[in-house]
Every structure is written in structure tokens, then in C-alpha cells.
Design a protein around this ligand. Structure first.
Ligand SMILES: NC(=O)C1=CN([C@@H]2O[C@H](COP(=O)(O)OP(=O)(O)OC[C@H]3O[C@@H](n4cnc5c(N)ncnc54)[C@H](OP(=O)(O)O)[C@@H]3O)[C@@H](O)[C@H]2O)C=CC1
Ligand SMILES: O=C(CO)[C@H](O)[C@H](O)COP(=O)(O)O
Length: 470
């Protein structure tokens, strides 16, 4: 047998292939395997110096090519494939070996797999990875959680391939059991809201301001240079500049307006509802994607709706920039709230500062906004909005955001993510909400009970006069 590899990558799709090349470039000896075996040869053909990469066409040879303790990184489609791959690996692994799941797995699956593999004497790490294909190739942000000793065995290799920010390598141990995938799910929830808000700003620029794609891309680039540097703004600008060769049209006009999702945004929203965190703008971004899938319905009813013309105009791009800034900050506040509450409930011990520093570079959330968030007090009990300085930043941006919202209402332009971020902020910062009437109505029809302001611990009911009984 030749030289043993430091680790193995199982799954050579978009992410696995690029991460494998990244490890090899950084001098880590690796083995690779893929279910469809031709893919292994395809990868090997693209590498001029194959000294660092060994390809295998069956699982046993792949596993036996690894140095002990063996480390196998799965980068495959989340869900059942991960369970299937684990079962294929188990016969060849030994106690103390390590399986790392780096796909976008649901944290409850990770929790289950962690316990299962522990019962088999194996160590399991749920490794959130962010940065898309380019990140995997040049330096991703990495969110490992699970068995700490396994993380320590992996740490040096992960630090070599991770992105490097001014805080250091973008990899930190996130905590025990399933937290790595929980943090990645939160990352993706925030990602959904920011992509949604950028797309809504684009929609306003196109439909209300009648700007061209090229002009919009230039404005995004300008904000990116001057105001806040962000991977998603840079990406939006690059996408808007693409021209379809076939039609000569801006590519975005050729792309069907039907937004798909693979699961993480939905899980974020479900989890937020389950544990009681009001992530309104992130939920709105998931709902926006869902509404978009009803293309035929939208087409058929849109024909019947009268167009509302608005004479009002947006006076400056700053209004739009502020609204995007506001929504992006709210998305982070909602995500960090979920992380904080989950950490309390699941005993994760999450350190928000570490999480934000990992996201600072290489991730889809890479942005200078993270530096400004890090300046605020992260030791809140629920939400970042508890910090007065953070509220002061939001208060400055709020008038523009509301102006944009009002204008869009007037022109019948839906901007649900931006609107929900306003509603989230206004609700969280309102001492009094109409929940008193909600309670009153619930009690009137269902004898559900309510608390009085002067006796908060005691449940009261209406005493209905006979004449008003149902
Ligand atoms: N693309 C992205 O930007 C990011 C993706 N991720 C996550 O990383 C994981 C991989 O994503 P990506 O590389 O984009 O996906 P791809 O669709 O490009 O690749 C999927 C990989 O999974 C393998 N696979 C699928 N089903 C099985 C199975 N039943 N048994 C064994 N192998 C299987 C495929 O093998 P085969 O070739 O044989 O079909 C292929 O290697 C996913 O969980 C994804 O959510 C995380 C961050 C970013
Ligand atoms: O994890 C990612 C980025 O961080 C993946 O690109 C993921 O696929 C994005 O989610 P979705 O496909 O649901 O938009």
C-alpha cells in the first residue's frame, strides 16, 4: 500500500470536488470517492499534479487508504443519502475513527447520527460549510460541531483550507452535538432574508425607477465599495451584468421568477416557530420563495388586476441603500436570536462572537456589516435589539426604510422581506401590542384565560352576562 491519506472526501459534486482541490493545494494528502465512479476519474483528469490526491472506486479501498484515526468527510446531498453513506462506511471503520458530515443536514438528523455513531464507537462532526463552490475551492467559512476530540484531530487541516479574515482562520469549534449544522441553518436563514431584500431593492429599481440592469449593478457596486462591502451585493451585481447570448437580453430577464429552496430556510422557519423566536423577515423570505413558485396562478390573476400607477418617486438611492442595510441588520438580529434561544434550550454553549467571526470571510454572509455588529454588546438575553447602540443605528435607518415601504405600498409593489423587517423592529420595540385583544377574544369564545396587568400571575376569565352568552 502506498502513502496513507490524512483524510478522505466522499462525494465529488460541486462542493466535494472543490474542497478536495483546496485540501490538495494546501498540501493535505487526500483520498476521494464518489458514488458514480466515473466522477472520480473526471476529477483526477483535471489535476496536473495528482501526488496529493488518490481516487478510489469502492468504499473499502477508499477507507483503507486513510491514516488512523480515519477521517471521512461526507459532502453529499442531505437526508437519506447521508444515512446510506454512513451504513456503507461502517463495516470498514474502527472505534475512534471520525465521520464528518459537511452537507446541509437538518440539525435533528445530526443529533440522531451523533448518538448512533457514538453507540458504534465512532466520533461524529457536523460541519457547516459556507461559501458556495468558490468558497470551497479558495477558502470557505467552516462551522464544526460535535465530538470535540474529533474536531481537534481535524483542526489543523480545516485551518489550512478555511478562509482567512482579519480575525484569523474562519473556522471555530461551535460546540457539542448538532450545533455546527444548527449554526449553518441560521446562516442560511439570514442568507435567505438578505438575498430577498437585495432582490426587492432590484425590483423597485426596475419597476418604479425604470433603471436598467447595468445601472442597478453599478449602484450595487458603488454601495459595495463605499457603504458596506458584502459578498451577496457583489454577487447580485455580477448576476445583473450577465447577458444571455441567445436573446441578447439581460440574463435576469431570461431566468424564470420561481425561487427554489433545498430545505435550510424552511427548517430555520420551522425551528423558529417551534422554539418561539419571531424571525419575521426570514420567514417572509421563505414565504416569498413559496409564492414565487405559483407562477401560473400569478400569471392568470395578474392579468385581471388593475395596475396602480404612482406619481411618487424615490428621491435618492440612499433610501434604498438604508432599507437594505436595515433589513440586513434585522436578518442578523433574528438569526442570532434563534441561535441564542436554541443555545439555552439545547445547551449548545454557542459563542456569538465566534460565529460572527467565522462568517466574516469566505461565507455567503461575508460582509463588513459583521464588523459593525461585533462592536455591539452580544451578551443580550434575547435579541441584539436590547443593545441601545444597535437600536440607535436602526433608528437612523428606519425613516428611509419606512419611506420606501410607503412608496411601494402606494405603487402596489410587494417588498415582503423589507416590510417584515420593519414590522419585526416596530413590534419588538413596542411596549404595548394588541395581544390584549387577542387574549380577550380567545377567552370569550374558548374560555382560554388571560392575565390582568395588575395581577400578572393569575389566570382570569370573562364572566359573560347571560344576555351575551353564545
Ligand atoms: N452548492 C453549494 O453552494 C453548497 C452546498 N452545500 C451542501 O453540500 C452538500 C453537497 O452539495 P453539492 O456539492 O452542491 O451537491 P451536488 O448535487 O453537486 O453533489 C451531490 C453529491 O452527493 C452525492 N450523492 C447523492 N446521493 C447520494 C447517495 N445516495 N449516496 C452517495 N452519494 C450521493 C452525489 O453523487 P453522484 O455523483 O453519484 O450523484 C454527488 O457527489 C449538500 O448537502 C449541500 O446542501 C453546502 C454549502 C454550499
Ligand atoms: O448552503 C448554501 C449556501 O450557504 C447552499 O448554496 C444552499 O443550497 C443554499 O440554500 P438554497 O438552495 O435553499 O437556496
Amino acid at each position: 500500500m502506498g502513502k496513507l491519506s490524512r483524510l478522505g472526501i466522499f462525494g465529488l459534486g460541486t462542493m466535494g470536488r472543490n474542497l478536495a482541490l483546496n485540501f490538495a493545494d494546501n498540501g493535505v494528502q487526500i483520498s476521494v470517492f464518489n458514488r458514480e465512479i466515473e466522477v472520480v476519474d473526471e476529477l483526477l483528469k483535471t489535476i496536473s499534479d495528482t501526488g496529493k490526491v488518490s481516487g478510489f472506486k469502492n468504499v473499502s479501498d477508499f477507507v483503507f487508504s486513510l491514516d488512523k484515526p480515519r477521517i471521512v468527510i461526507l459532502l453529499i446531498t442531505a437526508g437519506k443519502p447521508v444515512d446510506e453513506a454512513i451504513e456503507q462506511l461502517l463495516p470498514y471503520l474502527e472505534p475512534g475513527d471520525i465521520i464528518v458530515d459537511s452537507g446541509n443536514s437538518y440539525y435533528k438528523d445530526t443529533e440522531r447520527r451523533y448518538e448512533y455513531l457514538k453507540s458504534q464507537g465512532l466520533r461524529f462532526v457536523g460541519l457547516g460549510i459556507s461559501g458556495g463552490s468558490e468558497g470551497a475551492r479558495k477558502g470557505p467559512a467552516l462551522m464544526p460541531g460535535g465530538d470535540f476530540s474529533a474536531y481537534k484531530d481535524l483542526e489543523d487541516s480545516l485551518k489550512l483550507v478555511a478562509a482567512k479574515s482579519h480575525y484569523g482562520p474562519c473556522v471555530e469549534y461551535m460546540g457539542n452535538r448538532s450545533v455546527g449544522h444548527f449554526v449553518k441553518m441560521v446562516h442560511n436563514g439570514i442568507e435567505y432574508a438578505i438575498i430577498g431584500a437585495i432582490s426587492e431593492v432590484f425590483y423597485v429599481m426596475r419597476n418604479l425607477m425604470r433603471m436598467t440592469h447595468e445601472e442597478i449593478a453599478d449602484v450595487f457596486e458603488e454601495w459595495n465599495k463605499k457603504d458596506f462591502d458584502s459578498f451577496l451585493l457583489r454577487t447580485a451585481s455580477a448576476v445583473l451584468k450577465q447577458v444571455d447570448e441567445k436573446t441578447g437580453k439581460p440574463y435576469v430577464d431570461v431566468i424564470l421568477d420561481l425561487a427554489e429552496q433545498k430545505g435550510t430556510g424552511l427548517w430555520f422557519t420551522q425551528t423558529a416557530l417551534e422554539i418561539g423566536v419571531p424571525a419575521m423577515s426570514i420567514s417572509a423570505s421563505v414565504n416569498s420563495r413559496i409564492i414565487s413558485t405559483y407562477k401560473e396562478l400569478r400569471r392568470s390573476v395578474a392579468e385581471k388586476r388593475e395596475t396602480i400607477s404612482s406619481s411618487k418617486v424615490i428621491e435618492s438611492f440612499e433610501t434604498l441603500r438604508d432599507a437594505l442595510f436595515f433589513s440586513s441588520l434585522i436578518a442578523h438580529a433574528e438569526g442570532l436570536w434563534l441561535l441564542t434561544k436554541a443555545s439555552q434550550i439545547f445547551n449548545y454553549g454557542t459563542d456569538l462572537e465566534k460565529v460572527l467571526k467565522v462568517w466574516r470571510k469566505g461565507s455567503i454572509l461575508e460582509s463588513s456589516l459583521i464588523d459593525s455588529i461585533l462592536k455591539h454588546n452580544l451578551n443580550f438575553s434575547n435579541c441584539l435589539i436590547e443593545d441601545g447602540d444597535f437600536r440607535a443605528v436602526l433608528e437612523k435607518l428606519l425613516p428611509s426604510t419606512m419611506a420606501l415601504s410607503n412608496l411601494c405600498r402606494g405603487a402596489a409593489i410587494p417588498i415582503p422581506v423589507i416590510n417584515s423587517s420593519i414590522d419585526f423592529y416596530l413590534s419588538v420595540t413596542s411596549e404595548n401590542l394588541p395581544a390584549n385583544l387577542v387574549q380577550g377574544i380567545r377567552d370569550w369564545f374558548g374560555y382560554h384565560g388571560f392575565y390582568r396587568v395588575d395581577q400578572p400571575g393569575t389566570v382570569f376569565h370573562f364572566v359573560k352576562p347571560e344576555s351575551q352568552s353564545d
